[in-house]
Every structure is written in C-alpha cells, then in structure tokens.
Ligand binder design. Structure first.
Ligand code: TGC
Ligand code: FAD
Length: 408
C-alpha cells in the first residue's frame, strides 16, 4: 500500500476523544477455559482495537472510508492467517486463538473483522491448502505482513447462495489461461493486490486462480451506497479476457468443495466475531442504563430494561459456550460444516438481536454515532447475509438432520 496516501488519509480522519472503556461480560467464567496464551492474545488485540480502531472507526463508517493504513498494522499484530504456520507468514496459533482475535476485532467493527477474515481464511488459507510450494512462498508472507491485501471472488451477480451455478470461466490457451466473467460483492476488492477467484474450466469443474492487480482486462469497480460495513471496502471483480499465467492455478483441490472449505474457516471466525459486536452493544447499553435518569431513577432500575439486559447476557453467554466448544472441535479436526453453520447462524442472529435491544435502551441517543450500537447493528445486516445467509445455514442444518437437501 502507498505509504504517502495512507498517511494523508489518516490526517483527514477525526479521532474520537472519549476513551474506550470496554470490559467483556463473562458470566460463566469462559475465561477460565482459555489458556494463559489465549488470554494474553485477547488482551493484546483488545489493546490494539482500543488504541487504533475505536478512535477512528465511527468517522470512517460515517464517511464511508476504508482505513487501509490499518492493514499493515493488522499484519504486525498477527491478525492475518493466525492458524497458518509461522514459516509462511501466519501466526501458527490454534483455532480458539483465531476466534478470539476475530471477536476482539469485531468488537471494534465488523468491517475491520471482514478485512482480517477475508485475508486469513479466504486468501491465505486456499493458497496454503491448495497452492504449490512456490505459490505459498511467493504470496503468503506478503499477505501475512499486510504488504499485500487479498480478496476472495466466489459470488456472482446471478449466483449468490448457489455458487455452483457460477458462469465465470477460463479456457486453456496452451501457455496461459483466458479468464472471463464477473464477481460481485467482494470485500477488499477495490484495494486488493491479488484475488483468489473461483471459475469453471472448459469441463465445468471449479478451480481457484490467483489474479493479480495490473493484469490486462482485470478491473475492480467499487460498490457504492452501502448502509452497512461502511468502513470496509466492497467491489466487483471484472475479467475481460484476462491472461492468467498457468502457474497461478491452485492445483491441489478442485470442485465446489475447495471454496467451501475456505468458507468453513471464515464462518467459524464469524461465529466468534459476532460475539464481539454483541458484547460491545450489551456493555454500552448496560453502562448507559446505569447512568441515564428518567422518572427520577436510573433506567436500569426498571424491570423492562432489566429484562432486556438479562436476556442479552443469557444469549451472549450461550454463544460464548458454543464458540468455545466449536473451537475445541476445530483444534481436534472434528468440526463439521453443519456444526459451523449452527454457530455462525446462531451467534450472528444473537448479535443482531442484542444490537436492536441495546439500541432501544439508548433511546434517541442509540441512533447517533456517539455510541457504537447503530453501526454494529447496520454492519450485522451484512454479516447475517454473507458467508451463507441465515436461511442457507438453516438448510445446511436441515440437510444434516434429515439427509435431504432442500436447496433446490
Ligand atoms: P453440495 O452438493 O452440498 O456440495 C457440492 C460439493 O462441494 C462439497 N462440499 C464441501 N466440501 C468440503 N467442505 C465443505 N464445507 C463442503 N460443502 C460442500 C460437497 O461434498 C460436494 O462435493 P462433490 O465432490 O460431491 O461434488 O453443494 P450445493 O451446490 O447443493 O450447495 C450447497 C450450499 C447451498 C449449502 C452451498 O452452496 C452454500 O453454502 N451456499 C452459500 C454460499 C456462500 O456462503 N457464499 C459465501 C461467499 S464468500 C463471502 O460471503 C465472504 S464475506 C467475507 C467477509 O467480508 O467477511
Ligand atoms: P441470494 O442468493 O439471491 O438470496 C436472496 C434471499 O433468498 C436470501 O434471503 C436467501 O436466504 C434466500 N434464498 C436463496 N436460495 C434459497 C433457498 N434455496 N431456499 C430458501 N431461501 C433461499 N461474496 C464473496 O464471494 N466474497 C466476498 O468477499 C463477499 N463479501 C461480501 C460483503 C458484503 C458486504 C456482502 C453484503 C456480501 C458479500 N459477499 C461476498 C456475497 C455474499 O456471500 C452473498 O451476498 C450471499 O451469499 C447471498 O447471496 P445473494 O446476495 O446473491 O442473495
């Protein structure tokens, strides 16, 4: 990324003066289930979010600015590819540590977590898992450090929930592949140095290709007008007879299963991330309710407000336990796609509900950028849609339970 541009951008962003006082709710002592190393990671990412993200994120979201200068900083703190081995530029950590990192970043903002989870789970992971040794050495250290930003192109204008219908395709031209088609709704795309793109070959088999910025015929127009994830940049990937070198094909897995494996990893991270957004909303609402006086008393003294707080804490606690247990299964290599769907679906819906209830507790103040809740709430409308919609995850569970796919 251009350092001069990044510094100029930083100069224009208004920093919030109010300190970020966040402390996480831990009603069932989930902390006791973490190792000292995992707690240390949590603290260091939390400190980073308080120092680098909380002061600027509201202005970025209000003005629809992607704070790209955070990308190399994410690299420094190990937010990119936490489970990728250290020798390839990852963190060499376990899946619970990865989850905690996503939780803490999304506590700051879902868009910032998107940047990190796309880079780690959707770009570094497929290159590590399905790429050649040369591809790993060429791209992973630069992605891990944040020198490169990557994106993941699966969704198309006419194929969202049903990616197997994709029409983006490549032809074997002897000394290169010729790529044509378009992807839509791609996080990071307009600023990405490389894209991992899923396309069909002449036999209709899906493969991953690494497409680099600057290749002739490749463009990444920005998606404008979002009311959600406004501090994350989204765009299209357009391929007009792009000549892709043959060495850019990811050779070690083909078929829809390859991108689906990447999604398993990213959806797992989202299951943790959503808890971060929910905890931030809950804590904000709890503090506000203790201070806000109506009818001569703090609003926290009214039963209806206590009901909201009690239900929010209950749901956050359940989500924490689901995420932790799923992390154990991930570490043991036993987690199934359906288990990941349950956690992604439950925890994101929980976070959205907590955001809506918290917003109510703040009354009119809840709709302003003075507090983080409305931003989280709008962000979560994307989170509940991407990486498989709420209903698609229900159908994945339905298929697991009955053995009958109800997708088509
Ligand atoms: P289906 O027939 O079930 O499977 C087709 C082939 O894929 C294999 N497979 C898997 N393999 C490994 N791991 C998994 N999790 C797998 N899931 C499926 C399967 O075994 C089969 O293999 P084979 O060899 O028999 O052919 O596929 P389907 O076409 O019926 O679709 C199933 C469905 C609807 C569940 C799936 O397409 C789906 O999950 N759709 C949702 C799409 C989605 O999640 N898109 C996400 C785009 S990326 C994104 O949103 C990033 S946002 C990032 C951010 O900003 O944070
Ligand atoms: P559709 O598939 O058209 O679905 C519309 C509605 O129909 C939904 O409610 C859905 O649940 C329902 N529906 C569809 N099929 C069925 C069915 N069989 N049964 C019942 N209901 C059904 N994609 C990427 O590849 N890379 C990215 O980086 C990326 N980033 C994103 C960032 C943002 C901000 C957003 C909003 C999306 C992003 N996506 C990305 C795309 C995302 O994964 C898709 O939006 C999502 O998979 C849904 O696809 P769709 O929007 O085309 O909706």
């Amino acid at each position: 990324m251009d350092t001069f541009l990044a510094e100029n951008l930083l100069d224009t962003i208004q920093r919030k003066n109010a300190p970020d006082l966040f402390e996480h709710p831990d009603f069932y002592g989930v902390d006791d289930l973490l190792t000292p190393e995992q707690r240390m990671i949590r603290q260091s990412i939390r400190d980073f979010v308080k120092r680098e993200i909380s002061p600027i994120i509201e202005d970025c979201a209000q003005r629809n600015i992607f704070p790209s200068f955070i990308v190399p900083k994410f690299g420094e703190i190990g937010a990119f590819g936490p489970t990728i081995p250290v020798e390839y530029g990852g963190g060499g950590l376990d899946y619970i540590s990865y989850g905690i990192i996503m939780q803490e970043i999304e506590r700051g903002d879902s868009g910032m977590r998107s940047t990190a989870s796309v880079q780690g789970s959707l770009v570094m992971y497929p290159i590590y898992k399905f790429g050649t040794e040369e591809q790993r050495r060429k791209y992973l250290p630069k992605l891990g450090s944040g020198e490169y930003l990557g994106c993941f192109g699966l969704t198309e204008p006419d194929h969202g929930s049903n990616p197997s219908g994709m029409t983006t395709n490549f032809k074997d031209m002897g000394d290169h592949y010729l790529l044509n088609g378009a992807k839509m709704w791609i996080s990071n795309a307009p600023e990405a140095d490389i894209a991992v793109v899923w396309a069909k070959n002449e036999q209709g088999r899906i493969h991953g290709l690494i497409v680099e910025r600057g290749m002739e015929g490749f463009s990444t127009p920005v998606t404008h007008g979002k009311w959600s994830l406004r501090a994350s940049i989204t765009g299209e990937l357009v391929f007009d007879n792009v000549k892709v070198p043959k060495e850019n094909l990811l050779p070690n897995k083909s078929g829809l299963g390859a991108p689906m494996m990447c999604l398993d990893s990213a959806r797992y991270g989202i299951a943790w991330g959503a808890i971060g957004a929910a905890m931030d909303c809950y804590e904000t609402a709890r503090r506000y309710a203790m201070e806000r006086i109506q009818f001569g008393k703090p609003i926290a003294s009214f039963q209806l407000v206590q009901k909201k707080l009690a239900e929010m804490l209950t749901e956050i606690t359940k989500a924490q336990l689901v995420a932790w247990r799923l992390g154990v299964l991930m570490n043991e290599g036993k987690a199934t796609t359906a288990q990941i769907s349950l956690a992604k679906r439950n925890n994101v819906a929980m976070a959205l509900e907590v955001a809506r209830e918290s917003r109510q507790i703040l009354g009119g103040m809840g709709i302003t950028g003075e507090y983080s809740i409305m931003r989280h709430m709008m962000n979560l409308e994307s989170v509940v849609t991407y990486e498989g919609t709420h209903d698609i995850h229900l159908l994945i569970l339905g298929k697991e339970i009955t053995g009958i796919p109800a997708f088509a």
